[in-house]
Design a protein around this ligand. Structure first.
Ligand code: ATP
Ligand code: MG
Length: 261
């Protein structure tokens, strides 16, 4: 399954992406997690050791490699470069690894008004398209609110969006916008995970206001997750309750996708 995790800033996208990636890997399936947020921190949420996290160079910053692959030259934006660079070796070459799980950090994807045709943006589009259409692992994409600048070509192959919300109106608003965006990108399956739930009032607020969405599950507000984050520990390694809830979310997601087939 190829899943993009989205939502308003700070709702818990990375926390869910990291834990879901670990849950899928622990269930014996291979996972490729993609950190597509410029402010990349999925590695910590997965539970890679701090030395490994500190050593990451986001793919978009591998200027020499990108130049070599695209045949572009430094400082000559607008110049000639290959529009179909080789990308198939990139995920294995530049990923962090642990059992059943690889993480590729993309870095900042240049947007550029009016369609940017710089080498970084072209190779990243190609890379994402390759990952979503050719790789046979489960794919978990942690991203900012939207991938609209990548367009349909790069995002074709996404089976579902999971929108993370918290019990507040603004994050629900974002969920509705993401649903529209997903539709524009041709992704029909849009699910919700409600995070930071403290009580029944929170839970009801989300269910009452998102009737048009399928809700995969609820995650409690838990101070232990904040504390673990401060200690650079992954929720998967310290929070069994969260792991159980994310397992339920994973199984609801599989069931949802199966029934949508
Ligand atoms: N269920 C929870 N209970 C308590 N704190 C949580 C919970 N989920 C996430 N947090 C905390 O909320 C903060 C934001 O979480 P996270 O980084 O996962 O959100 P995000 O949506 O990825 O943010 P960004 O938009 O900045 O990428 C972190 O400090 C995290 O530890
Ligand atoms: Mg994040």
């Amino acid at each position: 399954m190829k899943i993009a995790i989205s939502g308003k800033g700070g709702v818990g996208k990375t926390t869910l992406a990291g834990t879901l990636a670990r849950v899928i890997a622990a269930s014996g399936h291979k996972v490729l997690a993609i950190d597509a947020d410029p402010d990349a921190n999925l590695a910590s949420a997965i539970g890679f050791p701090q030395e490994a996290v500190a050593g990451i160079t986001p793919f978009a910053e591998m200027t020499d490699f990108i130049q070599e692959r695209t045949g572009s030259q430094k400082g000559t934006y607008g110049g000639m470069f290959k529009l179909n660079p080789r990308v198939d070796d990139i995920p294995d070459r530049f990923s962090l690894n642990r059992e059943n799980l690889k993480l590729l950090v993309l870095g900042t994807i240049p947007e550029g008004g009016g369609g940017c045709y710089c080498p970084e943006s072209v190779i990243l589009k190609y890379l994402l398209r390759h990952i979503l259409l050719q790789r046979d692992e489960s794919i978990i994409l942690d991203m900012e609110a939207g991938l609209e600048h990548l367009g349909r070509g790069a995002t074709r192959g996404i089976d579902a969006f999971i929108v993370v919300v918290e019990p507040g109106s603004r994050s629900l608003q974002t969920a509705r916008q993401i649903r529209k965006l997903a539709g524009d990108l041709g992704v029909e399956q849009v699910y919700v995970v409600a995070n930071k739930i403290d009580n029944d009032e929170d839970r009801n607020f989300v269910t009452d206001n998102l009737k048009e969405f399928k809700i995969l599950g609820f995650l409690d507000y838990d101070r232990e997750i904040v504390a673990a984050d401060r200690r650079d520990q992954a929720p998967f390694d310290v929070n069994p309750r969260m792991v159980e809830n994310v397992k339920t979310i994973y199984s609801n997601l599989r069931a949802g996708l199966k029934s949508a087939e």
